[in-house]
Design a binder for this molecule. Structure first.
Ligand SMILES: NC(=O)c1ccc[n+]([C@@H]2O[C@H](COP(=O)([O-])OP(=O)(O)OC[C@H]3O[C@@H](n4cnc5c(N)ncnc54)[C@H](OP(=O)(O)O)[C@@H]3O)[C@@H](O)[C@H]2O)c1
Length: 238
């Protein structure tokens, strides 16, 4: 799908990777860019239209989809992460409910609400922001990892459902990004601008998936090994 003259809706676009996606779409010739966010007050970016959306609230998602019914590219970016002691922590169930509500059900709700708009367009696509955690064991992210793995699975089912309907579905996998989500975590991080650029390049090239950093590319390449990356992480993957 081309970005020129597309109409883009990005969830969680007030900051971080979502804002980078919205700005890059504008700069690459989108005809209109909607920045979805929970609070629109104070958002002021030239050429970008703020739209209220809370992906945990079906009514709010439906309102946003109605307002932005001309959307041709949906970017499911909104996400939350929390650390936990490990896989045996008593908080796993409760935290998983919070993570799943945004990172999995949020993607499902938003995709289903925008699908009628996308289905009628000559060129349309969905980008789902996933993670390297889909294939990586980091016990301090147990609920987050499960929610992203569920979103990855949904992305794969969705791609097959939509392939004959002319809608491209692109999954983005990446490790640590330099955004608020990783504040205080002292590890090498990829810039959100670089990830948005690589993802749109992959979209334009007609790809189904993008691995946006070296660690994630190395991890993916281990998946058919006897001890894949989620059992024995490759060198350089933190
Ligand atoms: N940072 C990383 O290392 C990393 C790595 C791999 C994948 N990711 C994924 O990248 C995506 C963007 O994350 P980020 O790094 O940019 O994090 P971020 O800076 O914390 O931004 C998260 C965004 O999601 C929004 N959001 C949270 N809950 C929402 C809800 N219920 N409805 C609508 N919007 C909601 C936030 O809005 P508010 O401002 O209202 O909170 C914010 O705009 C997420 O899906 C994340 O899982 C991040």
């Amino acid at each position: 799908m081309k970005l020129e003259n597309s109409i883009v809706f990005v969830t969680g676009a007030n900051r971080g990777l979502g804002l980078a996606f919205a700005r890059a779409a504008r700069d690459r010739g989108a005809a209109k860019v909607y920045a979805g966010m929970r609070k629109t007050e104070g958002f002021n970016e030239p050429g970008i239209i703020p739209v209220r959306i809370d992906v945990t609230d079906k009514g709010s998602v439906a309102e946003a989809a109605k307002l932005a019914a001309d959307t041709t590219l949906l970017v499911n970016n909104a996400g939350v992460a929390e650390l936990i002691e490990g896989a045996l922590s008593g908080d796993v169930e409760e935290q998983s409910r919070r993570m799943f509500d945004v990172n999995y059900y949020g993607v499902v709700r938003t995709t289903q609400a925008f699908a009628p708009a996308l289905l009628g367009k000559p060129q349309a696509a969905i980008i789902n922001v996933l993670s390297d955690i889909v294939w990586l064991a980091r016990p301090i992210l147990t609920p987050y990892a499960a929610s992203k793995a569920a979103a990855w699975s949904y992305t794969n089912q969705l791609r097959h459902d939509l392939v004959d309907k002319g809608i491209q579905v692109l999954g983005l996998h990446v490790g640590f990004l330099d955004t608020d989500m990783t504040n205080g975590i002292d590890v090498p991080k990829t810039s959100p601008e670089d990830v948005a650029r690589q993802t749109y390049d992959a979209l334009v090239a007609g790809k189904n998936e993008i691995m946006a950093d070296d660690g994630t590319r190395a991890l993916k390449s281990t998946l058919s090994a006897e001890a894949p990356g989620y059992i024995a992480p490759p060198e350089g993957v933190i």
